[in-house]
Ligand binder design. Structure first.
Ligand code: HEC
Length: 120
């Protein structure tokens, strides 16, 4: 006899997969907030009238953000420290996970995205 998955069988399989996906999300703990991180970690040097230049997600297009995070950031921010009072290097203060959340936020709000964003 040929075995086929019944419709209820397929449904429960789909539910099982969905449940696994949700559990997976919970697994990696708190999801980092790219917008909040951008404000805390980037806007400090890139607010309006900043000597380093003002940057918000909508200041660049997605391709430029991709290139910036993949290539330029590590070089152009290498010698920088967080602030005059906090001499932690920017590259050390921002973990790869934080940077990824910020990258996603910039990409999502880029000039050519569906919802260009400033940083609020
Ligand atoms: C400690 C200050 C500081 C912090 C923090 C900082 N930047 Fe910068 N950023 C600079 C300086 C200085 C430059 C170089 C400006 C120049 O050479 O004209 C720069 C340049 C840039 C540029 C222009 C492209 C380039 O590579 O030169 C972008 C885009 C940028 N920063 C985005 C960010 C983002 C996103 C963050 C947060 C992850 C961030 N910056 C954090 C100081 C900072």
């Amino acid at each position: 006899m040929r075995k086929t998955l019944s419709v209820p069988g397929l449904l429960s399989l789909a539910l099982l997969l969905a449940a696994t996906a949700v559990a997976g999300d919970e697994g990696d703990g708190k999801k980092l907030d790219g917008k909040k991180l951008f404000k805390e970690r980037c806007k400090t040097c890139h607010g309006a009238d900043a000597p380093a230049g003002e940057y918000t997600p909508m200041f660049l297009i997605q391709e430029q953000w991709t290139k910036f995070f993949a290539e330029d950031y590590a070089t152009t921010h290498k010698g920088l420290t967080v602030s005059a009072t906090d001499t932690t290097r920017v590259l050390d203060a921002i973990t790869p996970e934080m940077l990824e959340a910020i990258r996603a936020f910039c990409h999502e709000g880029a000039a050519d995205s569906e919802h260009p964003m400033t940083c609020g």
